[in-house]
Design a protein around this ligand. Structure first.
Ligand code: PLP
Ligand code: COI
Length: 337
């Protein structure tokens, strides 16, 4: 029996995954696979030249038992942008949709029940599978979608966390691939992630890689701050355009707040009333402490066991729409079945 209320954020085998190959310039038929493995050439470009991009989205079970997807069309658009940045083919909307809807409907038994606080996390990935030795793009690609029932990404669920300002490393270059979702960005951040987690932080807070003056984003999520009834979030060429963040901006505006997407100098942290990280996995995770060890500075926002009023309102509305408890007036939800 699955303990739906205590699921970790980790891989769990489901019934099937979906796949679609690209060869000779065109996409093939969608396959349903029961295998958890991919057989490929040792010289495949994803293995040595990093031709790989991925996405992350979730399916939710509502009170009526329907399975709901949140803004999935935004994931196709972003995945095509990531693919193009790495010289890979864009993904046709209908292929992404068929892979996604077949994956979720055929794994319906793995979508956690309403009220458990858990969800089905969906991971689409696109890899170059063709063999190359010199630096060039693969001629063959594979789109794979698999899923896993999961609980909260950060330990303890919806609880404030602390983060560490990172200066020793960057996750992305000023004009690099930070604004697309490619495996290389996460590889570049892994040793830092391990280091900061071993020190008790949830994640590293990266600064802009050019001047190290402005806040960029956290390792797995965007950053936002709230002050004077204003939602402020960084504008930067080296951060991912988060779908969760864009939704929170729309909700903030809907609640009558001002929304500012602009450069956010690190010192501005002193002026925020609430801050947090946001993303599909992170949802909205409030931050209660930001440590800048290099400058011997600490920024505090409320306490480790209290969530700011506006963060709470944004979180409850977002999650309410996702689970169907709050009316979806923005057209963000698609019902799978
Ligand atoms: N930033 C990074 C580096 C991420 O990995 C993610 C997760 O996808 C996000 C931001 C949040 O993006 P989204 O809300 O679209 O999941
Ligand atoms: C997501 O939020 O979907 C991501 O891909 C972040 C990842 C580090 C889990």
């Amino acid at each position: 029996m699955t303990d739906w209320g205590n699921l970790p954020f980790s891989y769990k085998k489901t019934k099937i995954n979906t796949r679609c190959s690209y060869t000779n310039g065109s996409w093939g038929n969608i396959e349903i696979s029961e295998s958890e493995h991919i057989n490929m050439h040792m010289s495949a470009t994803c293995l040595h030249y990093g031709q790989e991009c991925f996405e992350g989205l979730k399916a939710y079970r509502d009170k009526q038992g329907n399975i709901r997807l949140f803004r999935w069309e935004e994931n196709v658009k972003r995945m095509s942008k990531s693919a193009a940045r790495l010289g890979m083919p864009e993904i046709p909307h209908d292929i992404f949709k068929s892979c996604l809807f077949s994956l979720v409907s055929q794994n319906a038994e793995f979508v956690p029940p309403y009220g458990s606080g858990a969800f089905l996390y969906i991971r689409p990935l696109l890899i170059g599978t063709g063999a190359q030795l010199g630096l060039s793009a693969s001629k063959d690609y594979l789109l794979v979608m698999f899923c896993s029932p999961v609980g909260a990404y950060f330990k303890g669920g919806f609880k404030p966390v602390k983060v560490l300002v990172e200066r020793a490393t960057d996750r992305a270059a000023p004009l690099g691939t930070g604004n697309v979702k490619v495996g290389g960005n996460y590889a570049a951040a892994l040793n830092t992630t391990l280091r900061v987690q071993s020190q008790g932080y949830s994640s590293a807070l990266y600064l802009d890689p050019k001047e190290k003056k402005y806040i960029d984003e956290c390792g797995p999520a965007n950053f936002f701050g709230i002050k004077n009834n204003t939602y402020v979030t960084p504008q930067s060429a080296s951060i991912l355009d988060s779908i969760t963040n864009s939704s929170l901006q729309i909700l903030a505006a809907h609640f009558g707040m001002k929304v500012e997407k602009r450069q956010v100098p690190l010192e501005e942290l002193e002026t925020f009333e609430e801050v947090g990280q946001c993303g599909t996995a992170a949802v909205l995770t409030p931050i209660y402490q930001i440590v800048d060890a290099d400058e011997n500075k600490n920024y505090f926002f409320g306490s480790a066991d209290s969530v700011g009023k506006i963060s709470l309102q944004l979180y409850e509305t977002l999650v309410g729409i996702q689970y169907g408890d709050v009316e979806d007036t923005f057209g963000w939800i698609s019902i799978v079945k």
